[in-house]
Design a protein around this ligand. Structure first.
Ligand code: C2E
Ligand code: MG
Ligand code: MG
Ligand code: MG
Length: 289
């Protein structure tokens, strides 16, 4: 009996792994057939000044429209990174965002900076760096309207010299650079000291604990000081509760995003109008009273 049970357990375990693998292979096969233009969408989430509730920019987030289902990045970015498809996806997201900015500028709507998540592979090949520049150039968008975000954790494994060379080229071209998910990895101070980041995005795990743990507040307080003295802007992500926002503001964090403020939504040109952003700010300010 016991022996059978033991074996049974293994079978269950194998089955879980197997079906996981089948899912991954299915995703991978489907991803290989997916065409960026047709099968992907960009979503956006406003970035706000926590004091005034003014919208100061947007983060662009990719979604995979697989038939009727919307697939989140957590389910396909990893696969796309391994297959190399991520390069094309990221370039497409950048060019879509540039098109959007071009449209907004044409309409006379003040165009705010767009934050685009980039996989670290872009930093490993000069031709990928060139491509990012040419996309922006062709769209005739000032590079300073684009913030390229790189995950702290993903930078860890890469050759620092290559990373630095590419970051410098992007920065010299005019892009702004953000260090995303700050504090999630293991060696982030080195990146602040050596790499030319303009913005640090505080990992949502700190934000999630800031109202509950002294330790989290101590971390945030010191990150605020460090960023201030290094002349780096600090953004908080994943703000879900009013209490978190209050703590963050007390600790000196001035900018943030999160479901409390405004959830990610499919790109809709109407959301970018002065009217819409003003309404958002006003509704948030009223809620606070
Ligand atoms: P990220 O860059 O840290 O983006 C923030 C994530 O937090 C987004 O998840 C966003 O939807 C989510 N979020 C926003 N507000 C809240 C909140 O209040 N609470 C919680 N729990 N989450 C919130 P999403 O869209 O699922 O994206 C996940 C990650 O996938 C992103 O994390 C980013 O690293 C990556 N990603 C997204 N789009 C792209 C892309 O175009 N290219 C690449 N290479 N990676 C991307
Ligand atoms: Mg990001
Ligand atoms: Mg990111
Ligand atoms: Mg992040």
């Amino acid at each position: 009996e016991a022996k059978n049970l033991g074996r049974g357990r293994y079978v269950v375990f194998d089955e879980t792994i197997r079906s996981g693998l089948v899912d991954a292979l299915n995703q991978e096969a489907a991803l290989r057939c997916a065409q960026t233009q047709k099968d992907f969408r960009i979503w956006q989430q406003p970035v706000l000044n926590l004091e005034s509730n003014e919208v100061i920019g947007y983060e662009v987030l990719v979604r995979w429209q697989r038939g009727k289902n919307i697939v989140l990045p957590s389910e396909f970015i990893g696969i796309a990174e391994r297959s190399g498809a991520i390069i094309e996806i990221d370039q497409w997201v950048l060019s879509e965002s540039c098109q959007l900015l071009a449209t907004l500028r044409k309409k006379g709507t003040g165009a705010l900076p767009m934050h685009i998540n980039m996989c670290v592979q872009h930093l490993l090949r000069p031709r990928h760096v060139n491509k990012l520049m040419s996309i922006v150039e062709e769209a005739k968008i000032p590079a300073k309207l684009i913030v390229l975000e790189f995950d702290e954790e993903s930078l860890q494994q890469e050759d620092p010299r290559r990373v630095l060379t590419s970051l410098r080229r992007l920065k010299d071209f005019g892009f702004r650079l953000a260090l995303d998910d700050f504090g999630r990895g293991t060696g982030p101070l080195h990146f602040l000291y050596n790499y030319p980041f303009d913005i640090v995005k505080l990992d949502s795990r700190f934000v999630g604990q800031v109202a509950r743990k002294d330790r989290a507040r101590a971390m945030v307080r010191h990150i605020v000081t460090l960023c201030t003295e290094l002349n780096i802007d600090l953004f908080a992500e994943g703000i879900e509760e009013d209490e978190q926002r209050i703590y963050l503001q007390e600790l000196g964090v001035k900018v943030g995003q999160g479901n409390l403020l405004s959830k990610p939504a499919p790109v809709n040109i109407k959301n970018f109008s002065k009217e819409a952003t003003k309404n958002l700010s006003a509704s948030l300010s009223n809620e606070r009273r």
